[in-house]
Write a protein that binds this ligand. Structure first.
Ligand SMILES: *Cc1c(COP(=O)(O)O)cnc(C)c1O
Length: 359
């Protein structure tokens, strides 16, 4: 067996320890004689898996008691619709457009009500976060929406926007559990788990209890009502059982690493290795305004498409894979999620140095 350094933006790298543990339990989960994939979601054994996952997430993020954790299927895209369907009481919401995911969520919200784009960084290919200290927030906005870490463009909100008293909704898919967050600043935050937490096909929604109501938009599919999931403790229908089990393992792994403050320190150390090199390199350049750089996704270019392609190809042959950038930015992107070890980032930088000398 040989594992590569996987810089994929998503689905992304998972901790090897977690994968090994899951492999050990694949045929017989702790003496049950069956895999977690084969057991009833109503069984005591699975209920324990779900309860522990929820409690561990609560501990990690210090989620207050007046917030609910929902495990829902369908990834982040389903939330693009669920958020307006559940929260657009006045049918007005303000969106800050910092990339493709925010834009897609914005377009989806336009189906259901008046969605306003109150700020955008599209003028410079989303390479920065706009100043959100004094935006024209609609007085009747049901919420203000952001995509907190822009997976494709490599930017991150290091300061949350001033929502002028309106509820903040955040897509945290690609920065989930990468550092501590103050949950009380949000009405709702959610993430597809396949970037930083677990296998694809599951979204975790953390929502303030008073926002969970029967009062959803007409025609809201039953499955998309937050209240249905909250009342059923995420067991309204068959949930993504195996996904929840894997996320639970990653939560325990994160606790063992020292929690989110420790992860933040590690992630900062890892990112600095790469950004410091980019800032001193003759050949490679980062594409994001320095103060808005993400700790998780690092896009960079050489400025020459053929050179970029050569780099990606040679890196892959050296066991550094999935470095091709998103088609809208070009160049390269290294996603250095929680499970990417420091050695992986160092190996990448060493390879970049060597490539620079040779080209
Ligand atoms: C990947 C990603 C999405 C889309 O996730 P799906 O689970 O494929 O729907 C949405 N938002 C962000 C920030 C992402 O990184």
């Amino acid at each position: 067996m040989s594992r590569v350094y996987n810089f994929s933006a998503g689905p992304g790298v998972l901790p090897e320890e977690v994968l090994r543990e899951a492999a050990d339990e694949m045929l017989d989960y702790r003496g049950c004689g069956m895999s977690v994939m084969e057991m009833s979601h109503r069984s005591k054994v699975f209920e324990n898996i779900l309860d522990e996952a929820e409690q561990d997430l609560k501990d990690l993020m210090q989620i207050p008691d007046n917030y609910k954790i929902l495990f829902m299927q369908g990834g982040a895209h389903v939330q693009f619709a669920a958020v307006p369907m559940n929260l657009m009481k006045n049918r007005v919401a303000d969106y800050i457009i910092t990339g493709q995911w925010a834009k897609k969520a914005f377009k989806e919200a336009q189906i259901y009500g008046k969605a306003n784009a109150v700020a955008s960084s599209e003028d410079q290919t989303f390479s920065y976060i706009p100043d959100c200290s004094d935006l024209p927030i609609s007085p009747d906005a049901d919420y203000v929406y952001i995509c907190e870490n822009n997976t494709i463009y490599g930017t991150k909100f290091h300061t949350l926007p001033n929502t002028k008293g309106r509820i903040l909704v955040s897509d945290v898919s690609s920065c989930f559990l990468s550092e501590p967050v103050d949950v009380t600043r949000y009405g709702l935050l959610y993430g597809g788990v396949q970037k930083n937490v677990g296998p694809a096909g599951l979204a975790i929604v953390i929502i303030r209890e008073d926002l969970i109501t029967e009062d959803t938009l007409p025609y809201t599919p039953t499955y998309l009502k937050y209240k249905i999931h909250a009342d059923a403790n995420s067991l309204y229908n068959t949930p993504n059982c195996y996904g929840i089990y894997m996320c639970g393992k990653v939560f325990k792994w994160l606790k063992k690493q020292g929690g989110l403050a420790a992860m933040k320190a590690r992630n900062e150390e890892k990112a600095a290795v790469l950004y410091d090199f980019l800032d001193s390199s003759r050949l490679f350049k980062g594409t994001v305004r320095k103060e808005d750089r993400s700790l998780m996704n690092v896009p960079f270019v050489t400025g020459d498409k053929e050179m970029d392609a050569k780099f990606v190809k040679e890196a892959e042959a050296a066991g550094l894979v999935n470095l091709k950038g998103h088609r809208t930015v070009g160049g390269m992107r290294a996603s250095i999620y929680n499970a990417m070890p420091l050695e992986g980032v160092k190996a990448l930088v060493e390879f970049m140095k060597k490539f620079e000398e040779e080209n």
